[in-house]
Design a protein around this ligand. Sequence first.
Ligand code: TNX
Length: 539
Amino acid sequence: MPSRSTTRTSGSPRSGSGRRGLGRALVALLVVGAVGAATPAHAAPENPLRHIVPAPVSATPRPGVTFTLGADTRIHTHPGSAGAEQVGEFLAGVLRPSTGYRLPVVPGASARGITLLLAGADPRVGDEGYQLDVTRLGVVIRARTAAGLFAGVQTFRQILPAKVEAKTKQRGPFTAPGGRVLDYPRYAHRGAMLDVARHFFSPDEVKRYIDQIALYKVNRLHLHLTDDQGWRLEIKSWPNLTAHGGSTEVGGGPGGFYTQEQYRDLVAYAAARHITVIPEIDMPGHTNAALSSYPELNCDGVAPPLYTGIEVGFSSLCIDKDITYRFVDDVLRELAALTPGKYVHIGGDEAHATTDPDYDLFMDRVLPLVAAHGKVATGWHEFVKAGPPASAVPQFWGTRTTAPDVVEAAARGNQVVLSPANKAYLDMKYDASTPLGLSWAGYTDVQDAYDWNPGAYVEGLPAEAVRGVEAPLWSETLTNSADVEFMAFPRLPAIAELGWSPWSTHDWEGFKVRLAAQGERWDVQGVNYHRHPQVPWRG
Ligand code: TNX
């Protein structure tokens, strides 16, 4: 068995009835919405508009103005848009239990109450941004897409008191500060990864994490579905992958897997929160669970035992056998049919038991299979050595700031997602005293996770080649939601802010104060966050 200290180097909305009424209401709203020049959020005086994570592009307070939710507040959504209505129902779902108000979601637009409109937004909002206006009478969120409205709703939640997050009725008032926010993301890919292979997490545990990351405008959930210790997705043409390969996990626990129906439900749950699932089938290494399930996938025809340790780099699919590619083709076919998102992650990391020529041969056969099933490949950055097509997205996970092969891939047109292990790996211990996690990439405190610029991080990698950032959470030492939350909070919001906020807002001193405000929300939500001493937690 190789040792753990191995070479981890490398470094239209449908138009419907009520349009005329909508037009009139819009004119009124645009007049109400006119305010002066924006100031950066972090320079504003004490005001909940200052507590938004990720920091918005601009936030301008309306001093002395507040909006208060009332028992008669209605949520008006752009007529004829199912997407806007779904966002309205999401907001109502958050606010009804804590306020006890009915908060009906109705088509229309109004200067009173809450309005979610797919019209009239500043064009700078693009496809995922929004404009939020809070006046005495009402709250209006405008965007060009439902995704933008959803992002605006996350901001609105954060400027209401933390008690709105409660699952039981709270005492009012529920008041938001007046102001205008104009906001849109820096990067297209703002990801979180959850390793459900080393330890299995139930669908409800995954949904809980989805809800937590959605609040920070994360728009990709990468699920690491297979590894040496477990195969977690039902593949109907190869049933032993889960029957046997899903039957354990690190430490020898019971493991588990998602049926295809459960996986579809997770994908839909994420989609309702404007998060696209990127499923990963890690290969050709990290495949002991598959090799143990089907002897014919092994070069010697002998199935190895199931594995419950945490070493890496010892397994490989058999590169020379045709059945290997029938297997991969079947898995990718079923996976692609279940996955609406355009990306499929094929792993490719730590293939220490595969020779370099074999690795190339493998990727040369597998990359076309991904395309044949209508998907675009993403993979751990090692796969750039196989020369993937320019559409493929390497995920950089090195601990250094040099990665010549990744820079070369960018020169060939590949866009890169950054997950530097010593910054973005949420499974690294905060410090020596952290009871969970690993430390092979070093300790990563909250400031470490926050203080790096994705646009100027890897030497020689042009800013335009960066597609975004992702925070992986590997689960060798994590067994339940409490463990996941302890490692992810407060560092996940740091990576989420690097993915969303313009670099001009970057400021550790301001960020830690904004995180402290999030802590009040996590207290109410029951999130088991780590009260790391770098953050001036309140209370
Ligand atoms: C490296 S990062 C791995 C995983 C481990 C992780 C633990 C990468 C692509 N591979 O197999 O779980 O370190 O931090």
